[in-house]
Structures are given as structure tokens and as C-alpha cells.
Design a binder for this molecule. Structure first.
Ligand code: CTP
Length: 408
């Protein structure tokens, strides 16, 4: 998503300025073209050389240095930027932009740009709670400025509270969000992710290797593209994505209940969870003890509801996308599941392949549509697979719209 996108990274003079180097690095890693602009005070915390090395571009610090302003540089930068991210944004910078002041390169550029401006404040908790700062931020939000709220925790000044620069991951997510097309605005997307846990006794359960990464990527992309998104997730080690309604569940039956309810609300449903097909018939309330001499223990299982099948039966006008985790006959099995579960699309992957399926950040997937046509995608990051799924859903929505128009 960020490949070749022109981003101005504004760095202001707070102790969190050192974290801006990580932000810069991550933007570059994702393919963005980053122009760093530092306020004079920021250069007292971190040297421009650090950012120059990371961004491979000279850092702009001084409005009046002739080499930095060939052809009115601040206007050129303001025009070229697709997004201005200020991380960290001090109370001083926030106050200046809220008051219409432009007395250095960064504030002048912010005044001149038509691009979205995303602020990631970092400061002492009392400063952040100061009514003047609050009012300034409110005013900027009303004017369309974007904000990544600071995190709560231990602050460099020794205080505890809200004021730490947001996690790098959250800042980057807001950048991705700001730069994504909002082609799913007004749509309601339900995503399920992760494994389920089927209790055996109070200390043991049955589960599978699903990490939840694919479903979480789908939920993140849904939100980035403007959809109102709910993520129903089995237990995973992942942080819930920001801006998404998060519903944690444990067993397949919990997921069934939550998913059937939310499915009524949704227009688009994507079921990326790895639901346990069976659960222990009689989970016991006290720990199963080891008995001397007993070599075998038989666990009796009973079938779980097939959530996707049930949603498929009540589908109506919704778009329904399933996943298929396979170890053989990928296309054939995917086509069967698509038909049986009444899906519009199914994304299948061979979970035995390295770089695909459980736990990996990438996937090697193929997508099958209702005509049974299969299209293989090369190995790519799960988030890019998610983007491709939404592109396919978008084409389906357009096709449906045309059909309705023809009928009408
Ligand atoms: N699924 C579901 N409820 C279940 C089992 C599966 O909703 N009890 C959904 C999964 O979320 C996925 C799709 O059905 O979107 C296919 O899941 P998969 O595990 O690949 O296949 P199964 O239908 O369980 O069939 P099998 O285990 O025989 O391959």
C-alpha cells in the first residue's frame, strides 16, 4: 500500500523524537518515499544525519538555508506530499497549527499542504490533559486533522499516564488507513479469525495451529478501506487491530453464537477462522488425573456446528467469503466447500506449503468464484492477500449493482 507514496515525516522537539527514527525506518521498509522535516528543537534530540541515513534524502531543517529552499522548497514539499505525519507532535506544534502560526519549515509546510495531516502527540500527561492542548486538538480534529492518540504508560519524565508516543505499529496503521481508498465506506464487514478452543477439563483443551494472522489482516484492510468492521476472534497472541470492533471468543459454540448474531448486521462476511470441527463430548469440571497403569485414554468427541454453512443458509443479499485449509486436492476441495456452504468466493491454501497458512506472515492462496474459476496468487503478505480479496469483493458488488440496474 505504501509503495512509492510520498510522505513527509515531521519531527518535533520532544524526547520521543528518537522513536521517529523507527517510524521512518518502517515507512521506508513498506516502500514509502519519506522526506523528513525537523524543527530546530528536534535536531537537539536526534541529529538530521540519522534520518538522512534512513531515508536516503537530505533532511530539511532550516527555512532560510539556500540549498534547502531552491524554488520555494516548502511549497514544493507541501504540494508533493500525499500525507504529512508528525511524530512526535509536541504541545507547542499542536498549539502553533491550531493558532495558524507558521514560523518554521514544518509549520509552514503544514499550513501550505492540501494533503491529510496525521498527528502523533507525545508529551507529559499533565501537558496532554491541559485544557488548552485539549481544545487545540479538538479544533484540529474538527478541521479534519487526523490523530493517533498517545498510549498510556510510563513516561520519560517519570510520570505515569497518557502521553507516550503511540506504538510504531499503530502509527503506521493510521498512515495506511489515511492513504487507502475508502471504497467500502458505508459497508459493514464481519470477519472471523483464529482458532477455537474446545475444553477437555479445566486445564486442557483441543485446538489447532491457526495464528489468526490472515483474519486480522482481513479486518485491518476492511477498516482501512472504510468499512465498519467487526472482528470475532478465537484466542490468538495478536493485538486487536485499531478502529475495529473486537469480539473475543473461545470455543466453536461461542463463535457460532457471536457470528450468527453479527452476520445479521453485516453486508460482507469473511470467515477466516479455523473452527474445530469436533469438541470433547463431555468436558469435565475437575482435572483428569493420571491413573497408574492406565496406558490409553479415549476422548469421545462430538461434532461442532458448521458456522459458515449456517450463515450460508441465511445469506440473503450478503457477500460471503470462506477460507479452505487443505493438505491436498486444493481446487477440488475448495469448489466443493464453496457450493456446499453457498459462498460467493473461497480462498484456499495448502497449509503444508512453506510460506502459506498457519503462523506465516505470507500466504500462497488461490481464489475460486461461483463459476468454479480458480485463480492462483503468488506468495504474498497476508495483508496483500486481504487487499486482493477486497478487490474481488468490489468487482462482485459492481456486478450486482449492474444486474439490479438492468432489472430495474
Ligand atoms: N468453518 C466453519 N465452521 C466449522 C468449520 C469450518 O465456519 N465448524 C468455516 C471456516 O471458517 C472456513 C470454511 O468453513 O471458512 C472451511 O473450513 P475448513 O476447516 O477448511 O473446512 P471444513 O468445512 O471444516 O471441512 P474439512 O475439515 O473436512 O476440510
Amino acid at each position: 500500500m505504501l509503495t512509492k507514496r510520498e510522505i513527509v515525516l515531521g519531527v518535533t522537539g520532544g524526547i520521543a523524537a528518537y522513536k521517529a527514527a523507527e517510524v521512518c525506518r518502517e515507512l521506508i521498509r513498506r516502500g514509502a518515499e519519506v522526506q523528513v522535516v525537523m524543527t530546530p528543537n528536534a535536531t537537539r534530540f536526534v541529529t538530521p544525519l540519522t534520518f538522512q541515513a534512513l531515508s536516503s534524502r537530505p533532511v530539511v531543517t532550516d527555512m532560510f538555508a539556500p540549498w534547502q529552499e531552491p524554488g520555494i522548497g516548502h511549497i514544493q514539499l507541501a504540494d508533493r506530499a500525499e500525507l504529512v505525519l508528525v511524530a512526535p507532535a509536541t504541545a507547542n506544534l499542536i498549539g502553533k497549527i491550531a493558532s495558524g502560526l507558521a514560523d518554521d519549515m514544518l509549520t509552514t509546510l503544514i499550513m501550505a499542504t492540501k494533503a491529510p495531516v496525521l498527528l502523533a502527540p507525545a508529551m507529559n500527561v499533565n501537558m496532554y490533559e491541559n485544557m488548552i492542548v485539549r481544545e487545540n486538538l479538538k479544533k484540529l480534529l474538527r478541521r479534519g486533522y487526523l490523530l493517533v492518540e498517545p498510549a498510556v504508560g510510563e513516561l520519560a519524565c517519570g510520570w505515569e499516564g497518557k502521553g507516550r508516543l503511540a506504538e510504531i505499529e499503530d502509527i503506521i496503521e493510521e498512515v495506511e488507513h489515511a492513504l487507502s481508498p475508502k471504497d467500502f465506506l458505508g459497508k459493514r464487514v464481519m470477519v472471523t479469525a483464529g482458532p477455537t478452543r474446545e475444553p477437555i477439563d479445566p486445564v486442557r483443551y483441543l485446538t489447532n495451529y491457526s495464528s489468526g494472522k490472515m483474519g486480522y489482516a482481513v479486518a485491518r484492510v476492511a477498516r482501512r478501506r472504510g468499512a465498519d468492521t467487526v472482528l470475532i476472534s478465537g484466542p490468538t497472541a495478536l493485538r486487536p487491530p485499531t478502529g475495529v470492533r473486537f469480539m473475543p471468543v473461545a470455543s466453536a459454540r461461542d463463535m457460532f453464537k457471536a457470528a450468527l448474531k453479527e452476520a445479521e448486521w453485516a453486508d460482507i462476511i469473511i470467515k477466516a477462522s479455523a473452527v474445530a470441527d469436533y469438541r470433547p463430548l463431555k468436558p469435565v469440571t475437575s482435572k483428569i488425573k493420571k491413573s497408574k497403569g492406565q496406558e490409553k485414554l479415549t476422548l469421545e468427541l462430538t461434532e461442532n456446528p458448521d458456522i459458515l454453512f449456517e450463515i450460508g443458509r441465511r445469506k440473503g443479499e450478503r457477500i460471503l467469503v470462506g477460507f479452505a485449509a487443505e493438505t491436498s486436492d486444493l481446487v477440488k476441495n475448495a469448489r466443493t466447500k464453496l457450493k456446499e456452504k453457498n459462498l460467493d468466493l473461497i480462498v484456499a491454501n495448502d497449509v503444508t506449503q512453506p510460506g502459506a497458512g498457519f503462523g506465516y506472515d505470507t500466504n500462497i492462496a488461490l481464489i475460486v468464484d461461483q463459476e468454479g474459476k480458480a485463480h492462483r496468487w503468488p506468495q504474498m503478505r497476508k495483508v496483500d492477500v486481504a487487499e486482493k480479496i477486497f478487490d474481488r469483493i468490489q468487482s462482485l458488488l459492481e456486478k450486482k449493482k449492474k444486474q439490479v440496474a438492468k432489472k430495474g
